[in-house]
Design a protein around this ligand. Structure first.
Ligand code: SF4
Length: 234
């Protein structure tokens, strides 16, 4: 499938995000998933999928450390669209072992501990969520892929052996906000308080105006060590 990337890109070239999502849902029936962490980009795509009845499984990584505001958005989204959102939890035993050995906030102590926590709470559950799938839809936008100038809305994920599609990759933040307003989509109010992206509560904070969005994540760490591995190419 990797070889077909150019042909697939040609197929969706003139399609809107909704049309492209439909195209992939038809192309990969039962093998296409969308990962949401309930940020505003994700809420836009969730709205597109649910309100258009596009058969794409929506899932989230329930790390157990999310903000109350995130749980509120999750719950409201279920109430509004009345469609399932699959939650992938960490393996109980691995989590228990880590917390019993190191306490609940070991991620502040070292990069190794932080990566261990991210692996147990996010990466391993993610692996389960996308294993056996052909296409993984995400809410990544180009402004958030500053490490990769060659990145585009369609890519082959070597590590996970599937196609990744980012339907609103070329949208600006202003377009995202306008879409949310126009369609009256429920969104995380932390965005209004200086949070450009919203992850686990202990590891995410607001950023100052003009500050890089990544400054709000794992701010106690060296900049070069700050990826979490969810999008290995990001
Ligand atoms: Fe753990 Fe923080 Fe990673 Fe969440 S972001 S999984 S709390 S280290």
């Amino acid at each position: 499938m990797k070889e077909d990337l150019a042909a697939i890109a040609a197929q969706i070239k003139d399609k809107s995000p909704v049309e492209a999502l439909r195209y992939f849902a038809v192309t990969y029936p039962g093998k296409i998933v969308f990962s949401t962490s309930f940020g505003w980009e994700d809420q836009v795509i969730t709205h597109m999928i649910f309100s258009n009845d596009i058969p794409i499984e929506v899932f989230t990584l329930e790390t157990g450390r999310l903000f109350p505001e995130t749980y509120y958005v999750w719950n409201r989204t279920l109430e509004i669209y009345k469609k399932p959102i699959m939650a992938y939890h960490p393996q109980a035993e691995a989590l228990q072992e880590m917390v019993n050995a190191k306490g609940p906030n070991s991620f502040y102590e070292s990069v190794e501990n932080r990566k261990e926590c991210c692996y147990i709470r996010k990466l391993e559950p993610l692996k389960r969520a996308i294993t056996g799938k052909d296409c993984w839809v995400t809410g990544i936008r180009s402004e958030q892929s500053v490490n990769r100038t060659d990145m585009t809305n369609l890519e082959w994920d070597e590590q996970n052996n599937l196609l990744k599609f980012h339907p609103i990759f070329f949208w600006s933040l202003e377009e995202v906000k306008a879409y949310i307003k126009e369609h009256n989509i429920v969104y995380n109010t932390l965005h209004d308080k200086g949070f450009p992206s919203i992850g686990c509560a202990p590891c995410t904070r607001a950023v100052r105006e003009g500050e890089d969005f990544r400054a709000g994540r794992w701010w106690w760490e060296d900049q070069s060590k700050k990826e979490c591995g969810l999008h290995a190419t990001k």
